[in-house]
Design a protein around this ligand. Structure first.
Ligand code: BTN
Length: 248
């Protein structure tokens, strides 16, 4: 654990179904170094949240999965890892000059209101603690156009120049590592930092529950379990990822 270096071991694949699937198989082998990252030029079955497909122009973007052992987290605080990853990506984007970098609960990173990155974390647990995690990240880097109806952007569109994918990966690894060490040290500053980047903190956001009910509310908190906490007509309510979807 002490020699943890994100991205010090890179498995670079030309084509794979999903880097998360590849990492989930790799993690079953003994002694896979923490921070190992799987990177693919093309995913034939890239997966997103809620069973969605992750589309990415071949060779243009980062589609990567990190292998981690966040054994210092209890099962009911799994979302702390997601907070660290989202903030790490936000740090990277800020470093590359992006302004207006925000996080949309539960797993999107946005620049100027457009999605630039998505996160898919798949955990395995042992008893009441986490055992290992596959942290999948799709980050739009050099893609310059997106399918109709998709409100997306990329680092190149934001910075006005093409980026070197290997260099972006190195910088991403450093940013993620800094945030990971922060949560490993149980540093409480992560929460206010996360909340300050969260969409829906100062202006109400639209939310739709499973039964189709639409409401607007200001987000009060995100629990470490991942539940979204809002104030609805004076009543505090908490919703899990499966129960509600933000409509922004
Ligand atoms: C989302 O926004 O719904 C999450 C998207 C996560 C996509 C990444 S790309 C690398 C990794 N492998 C996958 O199959 N998915 C994640």
């Amino acid at each position: 654990m002490e020699n943890l270096i994100f991205g010090s071991s890179v498995v670079h694949l030309q084509t794979v179904d999903s880097t998360n699937n590849y990492a989930a198989n790799l993690i079953l082998q003994p002694n896979v170094a923490e921070g190992t990252v799987i990177m693919a030029d093309f995913q034939s079955d890239g997966r997103g949240q809620r069973g969605n497909h992750w589309q990415s122009e071949p060779g243009s973007n980062l589609t990567v999965s990190y292998i981690l052992y966040p054994v210092f987290l209890y099962v009911n605080e799994q979302f702390v890892l997601s907070k660290a990853v989202a903030l790490g990506i936000a740090d990277l984007l800020t470093q590359y000059g992006c302004e207006d970098v925000q996080i949309k609960w539960p797993n999107d990173v946005m620049v100027c209101g457009r999605k630039i990155a998505g996160i898919l974390i798949e955990n395995s647990v042992q008893g009441s603690a986490m055992k290992h995690a596959v942290v999948g990240i799709g980050l739009n880097v050099n893609q310059s156009s997106f399918p109709d109806g998709l409100s997306a952007t990329s680092l190149a569109l934001q910075s006005g120049e093409q980026q070197d994918l290997k260099r972006v990966l190195q910088d991403l690894s450093s940013c993620l590592q800094a945030r990971y060490l922060q949560i490993r040290a149980h540093d409480p500053r992560i929460d206010p930092e996360y909340m300050s980047r969260l969409i829906g903190r100062t202006e109400a956001v639209g939310m739709r529950t499973l039964d189709g009910t639409y409401s607007r509310a200001i987000i009060q908190d995100i629990e470490n379990s991942g539940r979204l906490v809002v104030d609805l007509d004076g009543e505090r309510k908490a919703y899990s990822l499966e129960e509600i979807k933000l409509e922004i």
